[in-house]
Design a binder for this molecule. Structure first.
Ligand SMILES: [Fe+2]
Ligand SMILES: [Fe+2]
Length: 200
């Protein structure tokens, strides 16, 4: 399928700082708290797309399946926190996603395209980070945690592809031109954020 060209990390314009995985693994409980909140927000974002685009059957079908999957990821990460006696606590917020969402243009067609492309980029960056974290956890001999992040990595790669599929329906040339702009902005945002024990 053509959209497989746009799956996972293939749409990113930069690689994460190599020291990120070490700090994320060192403070794995903190990273898991942030990760749980990310999964929760991914489910909420999918529901919000359904609310915004109630006349788009393909989008509704795709987002319904996605919300269900993201919520099951939330449950899985939440159970890991419970096993470790780590409270979920309040959402620390996500400056990375907030800065990206500030780039959404307001006219309706452009707004829809931008929301889809930004979601694709967030999924892609998450995919990259899970891949790096899984490798670091494998290196540290934490095999169960590493296996969980390998599974999350594969899911996020698929989510990038599904958002790209929906975005390309809005017109291939417009979608790829805007992807180029947003991916460049995403790389700049990642580069200036501090390295912390969080997913982004
Ligand atoms: Fe997820
Ligand atoms: Fe996802």
């Amino acid at each position: 399928m053509e959209t497989d060209l746009y799956s996972g990390i293939s749409i990113l314009r930069s690689e994460s700082d190599p020291t990120w995985a070490r700090s994320a693994a060192q403070s794995i409980n903190e990273t898991l708290v942030d990760h749980a909140h990310c999964e929760k927000k991914a489910a909420v974002a999918a529901m919000s797309m359904i609310a915004s685009y109630s006349d788009d059957a393909e989008l509704i079908r795709t987002m319904t399946a996605l919300a269900t999957e993201e919520l099951s990821h939330f449950r899985e990460v939440f159970e890991l926190l419970v096993q470790r006696s780590v409270p979920l606590g309040r959402d620390p917020g996500d400056p990375y996603a907030q800065e990206l969402l500030a780039l959404v243009r307001q006219p309706a067609r452009q707004r829809k395209l931008d929301r889809l492309l930004i979601s694709a980029l967030i999924e892609a960056r998450s995919c990259e980070r899970f891949q790096l974290l899984a490798a670091e956890l494998e290196r540290l001999g934490q095999r169960d945690e590493a296996a969980a992040f390998r599974r999350f990595e594969r899911s996020e790669a698929g989510h990038t592809a599904l958002f790209m599929r929906l975005a390309l329906r809005e017109g291939k040339d417009a979608a790829l031109t805007r992807l180029d702009e947003l991916a460049t902005a995403e790389a700049a945002i990642v580069a200036k954020l501090p390295i912390m024990a969080r997913i982004h």
